[in-house]
Design a protein around this ligand. Structure first.
Ligand code: NAI
Length: 329
């Protein structure tokens, strides 16, 4: 059975080849992103293995189905980039990796909080430049601060547990409260209440029609002046241009992003030789109180091994007619 892995990087090759391969499976690692220009590369491959910025819209799915593909094995938990009704219509099965390491993402959110608060990004550059002054580096104690967790599934709950360890007070917003988070003495409140009370807000909900632009000019105005916003969920959860205005007038005191609404055209590639064409991202990068990482929250050894292991097992199960981790339309 032929499997093509789009958007594959050196670390994907290493992690997939580090797992026992099910018999009869032939893996082709393809660095290109899947889209209408590259879809022909998938011809005669039974399985297309895709990542978060691959294009799985109806026109691409139609060409995949016409070329003989029958299974789309996502190397991600999120599936907001897949046109599920089109996949169903075309008889394409979609499987995913529902959980690989909630710790990887939650710990990255905490890394962003600590770096922003203690201004490690500025201190790193300063000392390398021979500047050992401390002005502008004042942080705050995390103990006793109120942290708002939006989305308390696997990642949000793991994040909440870590922040409870710092001695933070926890507020949570999720249509389905999680008993593990309630056990941490977190209070489930409405989103406006969370925004109004939390000094740090971290987004851990999926991107859906309901959650698109959950953070916008109005919700930013509801936050405490100088609040910190962390987004390791999906770029579309936040209306990005509104962030610029909130940063300019100080309403937003700190911003940590691992995801960006327009990341598909940029992230996972070395573009350091090229002029940055995205003016919104370029403006965000000028603020000293903003840290942007290029969708790396998942990138730990443990998470990569789990993604490879579950993906190979999803493919093997499907080949035996026992589909697991299926995404339903
Ligand atoms: P999960 O399915 O375990 O939890 C999601 C939670 O969000 C659920 O409890 C759900 O009830 C809640 N939710 C749904 N809609 C909501 C809304 N409008 N407002 C508030 N809560 C809402 O998912 P998990 O594994 O915790 O992942 C969360 C998200 O993190 C994923 O959907 C994905 O977008 C993102 N992610 C980011 C990664 C990165 O590398 N930056 C890696 C993995 C996931």
């Amino acid at each position: 059975m032929r499997v093509i892995l789009f958007s594959s990087q050196a670390y994907d090759r290493e992690s997939f080849l580090g797992e026992p391969l099910p018999p009869g499976l032939e893996l082709q690692f393809q660095p290109a992103r899947l889209n209408l220009d590259t879809v022909a590369l998938a011809e005669h491959h039974d399985v297309v293995c895709a990542f978060i910025n691959d294009d799985l819209s109806a026109p691409v799915l139609e060409q995949l189905a016409a070329g003989g593909t029958r299974l789309i094995a996502l190397r991600s938990a999120g599936y907001n980039h897949v046109d599920l009704p089109a996949a169903q219509r075309l008889g394409l099965t979609i499987v995913r990796v529902p959980a690989y390491s909630p710790h990887a993402v939650a710990e990255h959110a905490v890394a962003l909080i600590l770096a922003l608060n203690r201004r490690l990004h500025r201190a790193y550059n300063r000392t390398r430049d021979g500047d050992f002054s401390l002005h502008g580096l004042t942080g705050f104690d995390l103990v006793g601060k109120t942290v708002g967790v939006v989305g308390t599934g696997q990642i949000g709950a793991t994040f909440a547990k870590i922040m409870a360890g710092f001695g933070c007070r926890l507020l949570a917003y999720d249509p389905f409260p999680n008993p593990q988070v309630q056990a941490l003495s977190a209070d489930y409140v409405s989103l406006p209440e969370l925004l109004a009370q939390a000094q740090i807000i971290s987004l851990h909900c999926p991107l859906t029609a309901d959650s698109k632009h959950l953070i916008n000019a109005r919700s930013l105005a509801q936050m405490q002046p100088g609040a910190m916003l962390i987004n390791t969920g999906r770029g579309g959860l936040v209306e990005t241009p509104a962030l610029i205005e909130a940063l300019k007038d100080g309403q937003l005191g700190y911003l940590g992003l691992d995801v960006y609404e327009e990341e598909a055209q940029l992230f996972f590639e070395d573009r350091s030789d090229l002029p940055l064409q995205d003016d919104v991202l370029a403006r965000l990068l000028t603020f000293p109180n903003v840290i942007i990482t290029a969708h790396q929250a998942f990138l730990t050894r443990e998470a990569l091994a789990a993604i490879a292991g579950t993906t190979l097992s999803n493919i093997a199960a499907w080949a035996e007619g026992q589909t697991q981790n299926r995404v339903e339309g």
